[in-house]
Design a protein around this ligand. Sequence first.
Ligand code: KG4
Length: 338
Amino acid sequence: MKVLAIESSCDDTSFAVVNDDKKVDFHETINHRKFHREHGGVVPEMVARQHLDIMDHLSKFQKKINFANIDAIASTYGPGLIGGLIVGSSFAKGLALSHQKRIIPINHLQAHLLSPRLVSQLSFPYLCLLVSGGNTALVLVKSARKFITLGSTIDDSAGECFDKVAKAMQLGYPGGPIIEKLALDGDPTTFNLPQPLLKVKDCNFSFSGLKTSAIQVIKKNKLQKKFLKNFSASFQFTVGEIFLNKINNAFAELKRKKIKIRDFSICGGVAANQYVNGLLKDFIEDKGIAYHQVPMAYCTDNAAMIGWNAIEILKSSKNKFNNYNVRPSPNTLIHENF
Ligand code: KG4
């Protein structure tokens, strides 16, 4: 099976051709970051225009594709910014109609959660920490179509917290990679930041209190290199501790429910963070569970994971799945299937 995939839910326009043997024939992601940096963040209307321009440019890549070999066309239908979702899914439908291919609408969050299986052998059910710009959740992945959210953020996402804290330090967008780089030379014990919901023994996260406290500390300090490094290290350390604490609660919950898992992974943009990966890997492996790190190109938004999700759906439906009638849906939840 071979799927042509399109991703356009936020500020990356991405195309890929993915095979059922996990081979990725083609993968190109164009991010709009340089453009959005001028505005200090993502402006929804401008996102749609950027996708439109890039889609036009990338449509030239069609010439490289032998459509006779393509089984289906997949694209993100939600969640995300409606402008981008409309551009990508309309483009996918146009291609599908003109080449008489099936449409596989993809839930962007489920694609993140299944992305580790594109590169590693994870068996269902496995535990996955989804940490992106829009979401933070601990999810039990039971199959390609069944996801159980053990807990999620009650306010901001971890990625948003990285971005807002970086913005307060005037570091630019996206904040995560910049904070990670500065933290390499900083002392994580310099600032003691709050870990919201620490005492609550569930799997829910909260990042707005950490964000507000962090911004207050930043406002009281001069933005000199030493401060930026030490503060970045302290902030990143705090986020890591929050993750550890909540993953620990998830393991306790799985134990109570007598659910055994052999594999763990972390996905979404924040999963690109090497400090977080190192911290979690030691913790997870200590528990006798395999830790699977997703390569950078598949952590942030990308079409390869959309194509792989479509392959998983096709495999579980004996290559029969098709859904032309679905509409883009900006508020799609993790467990919702199209
Ligand atoms: O998954 P993603 O590309 O977009 C969404 O679907 O939301 O995630 C983007 C988020 C941004 O908030 C960005 O700051 C964060 O991922 N991010 C990182 C790193 N690289 C990207 N956060 C921490 N450390 C990183 N190295």
